[in-house]
Design a protein. Structure first.
Length: 137
């Protein structure tokens, strides 16, 4: 699946619907589908909120399977250069009222994914996520 979306919150529903269609077509269900949706949502919401502060932009998403056990998700935007993997990890040991906002979604995505890569090439932020999918328990 390859698709381009406007980088606006109302399109998030369309993105999640397309992820659900992909999941159904490839037999991904239960917690694995939930994890895939969560990782995509966290990364894409960051793009929607921060990549295009002064203009409208797009987010491109590509989903595919490797060896029937690994989802490869590529998310691309042409917004502000930003490597989410270099973000400071949030201090989750601090009391909730003293925590700095930000970073939790990216930390969650890194925890749920098998591997996440980032590169900036041709004025594009390219995030590649690999998620191993096992039979649902």
């Amino acid at each position: 699946m390859k698709k381009t979306y406007k980088a606006v919150l109302p399109r998030l529903h369309d993105i999640m619907t397309d992820i659900d269609r992909f999941s159904k077509a490839h037999g991904i269900a239960g917690k694995w589908q939930y994890r895939l949706r969560l990782v995509a949502e966290e990364l894409i919401v960051n793009i929607i909120h921060y990549a295009y502060p002064d203009t409208e932009g797009n987010v491109y998403m590509e989903l595919g399977m490797q060896d029937n056990t690994m989802v490869k998700m590529v998310i691309i935007n042409t917004g502000i250069k930003f490597n989410p993997l270099e973000s400071a990890a949030p201090d989750i040991s601090a009391p909730i009222d003293r925590r700095q906002p930000g970073g939790l979604g990216i930390m969650m995505a890194q925890t749920l994914a098998s591997r996440i890569n980032y590169q900036f090439r041709d004025k594009k932020n390219i995030i590649t996520v690999f998620m191993e999918i096992a039979p649902d328990e």
